[in-house]
Design a protein around this ligand. Sequence first.
Ligand code: PLP
Length: 391
Amino acid sequence: MTTDNKMKTIYFDNNATTKVPEEVSEEMKPFFCELYGNPSSMHTFGGQIAARIRKSRQQVANLLGCDPAEIIFTSSGTESDNAAINGVLATAAHKRKIITSRVEHPAVLSVCKQLKDRGYTVVELEVDKQGQLDLGELEKQIDDDTALVSIMYANNETGVIFPVEQIAELVKSKGSIFHTDAVQAVGKIPLNLSKSNIDLLSLSGHKLHAPKGVGVLYVRKGTRLSPFMLGGHQEAGRRAGTENVPGIVGLGKACELAAKNTKEENERVRKLRDKLENAILKNCPDSMLNGDKDNRLPNTSNISFEYIEGESILLMLDKFGICASSGSACTSGSLEPSHVLRAMGVPFTAAHGSIRFSLSRYNTEKEVDYTIEKMPEIVNKLRKLSPFVTK
Ligand code: PLP
C-alpha cells in the first residue's frame, strides 16, 4: 500500500506486532531447509540444533538478566500467561485466591474468569484516572489464601507502566508468588531479573522484532510450577512439544539486538512519539491523552478524540497508508469501548474515539511529520459528519 504522496506504509501499530528485521530473518533461514534436525535426536545433526537452542536461551537470559535454566520457550505470550497462572495454582491446591488488575490483557483476564467460574476468589484491582494501581489496596488484599498475584508490567493500550519491582517486593514480603505479563515491556524497558523479586514473567517474540509463534515464560529457580504441556521431555520436562526452532533462533537474535540497542533507540523513539503526540494534542481540538504521561512506555500514545469514533479515524488513516489501532472493538453492530479505558473512567464519548499510536525503532521523523499533517484534516472532516457536534 502507498500513500497519496507515494510514501510507503507508515506502521504505528507496534504494540500489535513488530517487523522482523533482516538480521533476525537471516539468522533463522538455515533452520528451515538446511539445519532442520530435531534437537532431541541423538545424532550430530540434531545436536547442532540443540546447541543453537542453548545459544538462544543464553541470548534471552542476557536480555532479562537471569540464568538460562530459568527460561522456558513457549508458543506465545498468551501461552506463557496461561501457563504461569494455571501452573502455579496447580501446585498450591489449598490456596484459592488470585489477585490481578482490571486492565490486564485478555490472556490473563480470561484465565481468571475461568478460575472464578471454578470457585476461585479473583480480585481485580481498580486503577485510577491515570491508569495506576493503589498499592495500599493490593497490600490489603494479599492474605494467606492468595496463591498468586499477576500484574502486567506495561499496558498494551496506554503504555502505562506499573511499579512492578515494588509490587514484587510487596508480594514476596507477604509470602505469595508474583507473575508479571511483560509482553509489552521487554525490549522497551531494561530489566534485570537477578536483582528483582519477580517469580514468573511472560514475554512474546513478535512484540520485540522476533517472529510470531514464539514466547518465553521465565520461572525463577525454586518457584514451584506444574508442567503445562505433557508429552516429551523438552524444556526440562516443563513444556513438552518439539521446539519451534526457527522461532527460537529468531527470538534469541532479537533479544541480542534489543540488549545492545534498547537504550539509545528508545530515546529516539520517545522523541518521535512525543513530537507526534504533542502536535496532535495541539492541532486537534477536544483531544486528550489517556494514561500516566510520565510512567509510560517510550513508544506508546493513546489519544481520545471526543465525538468521533476510533474506527472512523482508523479507516481514514488507513487511506493515507498509516496503520494505528483503536481501543474499541466492533461487536455485533455496537461499539464496545476498551475495558482499559473504561476502568480508567475515560468518558464514554472519549473512549469511543480513542486511537493508539505505537512506534518502533524503524519509524522515521518523516513518517511522524506526515501523520501530524494528516490528523487535523481527518478529525475536522469526521467532526463535520458527527451527529454529536452541534457547533
Ligand atoms: N499480554 C499483552 C500485554 C499483550 O499485549 C499481548 C498481545 O497483544 C499478549 C499478552 C498476548 O501475546 P501473544 O500475541 O504472543 O499471544
